[in-house]
Design a binder for this molecule. Structure first.
Ligand SMILES: Cc1ncc(COP(=O)(O)O)c(C=O)c1O
Length: 331
């Protein structure tokens, strides 16, 4: 099925590689484990936000914006990549970060935000963009033309990036593996547009398998379940792409049992998944998202929720720069 193509700015290296993880697959006792290397999208350290930003920034430019504004945790990959996109296009970037200004020299993503020239604002207990509208109003009052990118880049434009990613994967599978033979895909799921976009893309390419989101956050948005949020995002994305399909919360599989002590708190499951993947495959995962998602995948295999004869695909969504800020929790 063809979707409407949207204005897009080139920021990354696509298609990202599709690779085998044979030693990890053997260790876990499954037939085949593939990894889609979206950590290699190329924009200032790469990661899933590059795909979202290609559509979001195109919209910002069309509206004459001079400043990208977004929010996240101090170690947000989304903020780092937004800062890089802004730098690349000669825009300014304001990041509203959870927490207080650090007293020690910045590290990990925060160091990169600084190198990329972002203006940092600190929002104490708020890391999910609760104060973004005030910042945008203040910038407008100061004569600037800000473009608000929601927390995680998760709106329909951002999700369109992952609908396209699934189509890219379908094209790439030709000859390497049959898309229909991939029993399930596993992806870290937090602000939602990655999983929602993949599910829309799965509809477009008629992918018959499961897309399993591993929830990263303990808390949900008040008044709405996470799967309702995903369905809303997917429906907005389908509409944007002129695709006549309605999604319901039942179209989304989200495993909530791996959130541990909450967002950004590294536990034994993440530590072990990061170590195992590094030592068996020379592949680095991150402490907040992909370490948790791989920990979930390993447990699902151990519990036989994912069968031993299956071919499984792991979406590596990036985040490696955060490793350096989590040294104490990792070793
Ligand atoms: C490395 C990484 N993986 C996965 C995610 C989750 O993607 P989404 O917010 O679209 O659910 C993020 C989001 O910040 C991320 O930085």
């Amino acid at each position: 099925m063809r979707a409407r193509s949207l204005p897009r700015v080139s920021l990354g290296h696509f298609p990202t590689p599709l690779e085998e993880l044979p030693r990890l697959a053997r260790h876990l006792g499954i037939a085949r484990l593939l990894v889609k290397r979206d950590d290699q999208t190329g924009l200032a350290g790469g990661g899933n936000k590059t795909r979202k930003l290609e559509f979001l920034v195109a919209d910002a430019l069309a509206r004459g914006a001079d400043t990208l504004v977004t929010a996240g945790a101090a170690q947000s990959n989304h903020c780092r990549q937004t800062a890089a996109a802004a730098a690349r296009l000669g825009l300014r970037c304001v990041l509203v970060l959870g927490g207080d200004p650090p007293t020690a020299p910045p590290t990990g993503n925060l160091l990169l935000d600084t190198l990329l020239g972002a203006e940092l604002r600190w929002s104490g207990p708020y890391r999910r963009g609760e104060q973004l509208h005030h910042v945008v109003e203040a910038l407008r009052a100061a004569g600037r033309c800000p473009y608000l990118i929601p927390y995680g880049g998760s709106n329909a434009l951002g999700a369109a990036g992952y609908a396209e990613a699934m189509q890219e994967l379908a094209r790439q599978c030709d000859g390497f593996v049959s898309l229909a033979n991939i029993a399930c895909m596993v992806v870290a799921s937090s602000s939602g547009a990655t999983q929602a976009g993949l599910v829309v893309g799965a509809h477009l390419v008629a992918y018959p398998g499961q897309i399993i989101g591993i929830a990263i956050d303990k808390e949900e948005t008040p008044g709405i379940s996470y799967t309702e949020h995903l369905a809303t995002l997917a429906n907005q994305t389908a509409e944007l792409l002129d695709t006549a399909k309605t999604f319901t919360p039942q179209d989304f599989i989200v495993m909530r049992e791996y959130v541990g002590d909450g967002y950004g708190v590294v536990g034994e499951r993440e530590r072990e998944a990061i170590r195992l993947t590094a030592r068996l495959e020379g592949l680095l995962l991150d402490p907040v998202y992909t370490g948790r998602a791989m920990g979930g995948l390993i447990d699902l295999i151990h519990r036989r929720v994912i069968g031993r004869r299956e071919t499984v695909l792991f979406w590596h969504t990036g985040g490696v720069p955060a490793l350096f800020a989590y040294a104490q929790a990792l070793v």
